[in-house]
Design a protein around this ligand. Sequence first.
Ligand code: FAD
Length: 577
Amino acid sequence: MGNGPAESLNGGMMMGSSWDQEVDVVVVGSGAGGMLTALVAAKNRAEVLIVEKAAQWGGTSATSGGGIWIPGSDQALAAGFEDNLDDAFRYVRGLSAANVPDANIRAYVDNAAAMLRWVTANTQIVYTAQPYPDYHAENPGGSPTGYRTHLPELFDGKLLGDDLKTQRFPSPAASLFGYLNWTFAETYQLLYRSKGWAMGLARNMAKYWFDWPFRFSSRKDRRLTLGNALTAGLRLALNQQGVPLWLSTPMQDLVIENGRVTGLVVERDGRPWRIRARKGVVLAAGGFDKNQAMRDAHAPLYGNAYLSGGVTSNTGDAIRVGQAIGAGTMNLQSAWAAPVFYVPGEDRGRLVTIERALPGCIMVNQKGKRYLNEAASYHIVGQQMARREAECGDGSPSWMVFDNRYRQDFPMGPLLPMVPDWLQASGVRKIMKKGRTIADLAHAIGVGPDALTRTVERFNAGAAIGEDPEFHRGEAAYDKMYGDYRHQPNPCLRPLTEAPFYAMPIYPGDIGTNGGLTTNARAQVLDAAGDPIGGLYAVGNNAASSMGESYPGAGVTIGPAMTFGYIAARDLTGANI
Ligand SMILES: Cc1cc2nc3c(=O)[nH]c(=O)nc-3n(C[C@H](O)[C@H](O)[C@H](O)COP(=O)(O)OP(=O)(O)OC[C@H]3O[C@@H](n4cnc5c(N)ncnc54)[C@H](O)[C@@H]3O)c2cc1C
């Protein structure tokens, strides 16, 4: 540990005690929550440093859809949707957990649009409001027409220079062939193979392969979309502000003096490095996604770290360090639940968003029975699967069962349409099952043939007239969002009739944990008695979510991560930009 004068990041030497470095604000973690916090603090004239544990920056945020749930945005108003913040509050309040204070939900709802206005004014990120229904649109305050979910537009990765090479890759679930990025609009064009899809795909592939000489030095697609576009835009703005981002620099400890956090200890170049934070430390180090021991201890319902879509470096370090200095925690039992496919050899589960709602498929348990509305939000389906497994032991894996027409028309996770079985990736061939009849398929997946045949017959009878009396698939606004709009009377229902039949194992997983350190409406970390710990803030999945155990709409994880980052940065710099 250095004992000489502490060194300022700006190059000046400062007389001091045993610090190796001094800045105003240290942000731990380079996801969307951390980078936005750092950027707002830097714009408010603070000297800021980001420390990142992994060798790549961007966290799960970079691998995500980049969607943010922002009630009452300027973008929504421009699209003709006049929101009401009281409705938005009522909606989230009705879904969130009882132990989440009103003040936290109110702080989010009231500051989200201001945060997005700030991002629009201070970065090159462009967000547009989408006609994407809330996940529980029928609840009081919910929006069936959408316009609370916002998605980022394309971002030109060339602007980042060499920093692009260390940005996290998109999730395998959100890129084609593992390398080609797509926008949300392109997803639909590809999904329905609507007019111009082949030209569009060829154009994007040509752009990728002819991106010389970059193509020789990186696999990365510089046409950035979704979470890559969001985090690249934040990184570019940070670079323009001169904010350093240290990779491979895990936080190990917090330094606390007279009850106040005054700095932290990181590991840098193989040795401890003490950094003083004059104004404060912001913990934005994600959840305990990949920490199996913490899952076993706190979140047994979401018991498998390998199935989480979170990045491998999210191991709950900053939750444990916070606890060690007396911070309280809340809702550690919770996660952003999701059904996932697991391709052997990959380091995460692949989120299954769209496929479940498309016509021609069903999900069954190991007894060959349906037990849920497949088209509900991934969080609801993930929770139901996890509970089924915990209560009956037959939900993990469950099976997505579909017929040949579905197979030809649509993807099923990594299983691509229009590509013969033998040409699918080897990991996909390992998990895909096939049968000439439903009974054959049942044998292949170890399910009773009579039970599966009865399930399909019952489903088919309803689907033929667009009805699902058992689980009401295709009735809610959100179900229809991902159904096939060309298929009527119910865009989510079609009988499974065309042989051969297929099945893919699907698991209860998650896209990250969402219980964490207890924070107040200013994003300050609270101690066990509920009092703020001076100098310490937490945002994103590092903090207990304002959503409790619910998932009100697309973007309710990154939206709050960025909004509370905005609040934290303004609070600790005491400025108003
Ligand atoms: C496929 C997929 C799609 C998704 N789509 C969306 C979406 O569209 N909208 C949405 O709201 N949510 C989405 N999510 C969920 C969302 O990505 C996460 O909830 C969110 O990104 C978490 O943000 P964060 O800033 O808290 O953490 P992260 O983005 O995970 O960043 C945390 C960072 O902290 C670093 N870190 C960890 N420990 C330390 C340490 N000791 N020292 C220093 N650094 C450390 C990590 O390496 C990581 O880089 C999606 C998730 C997946 C997997």
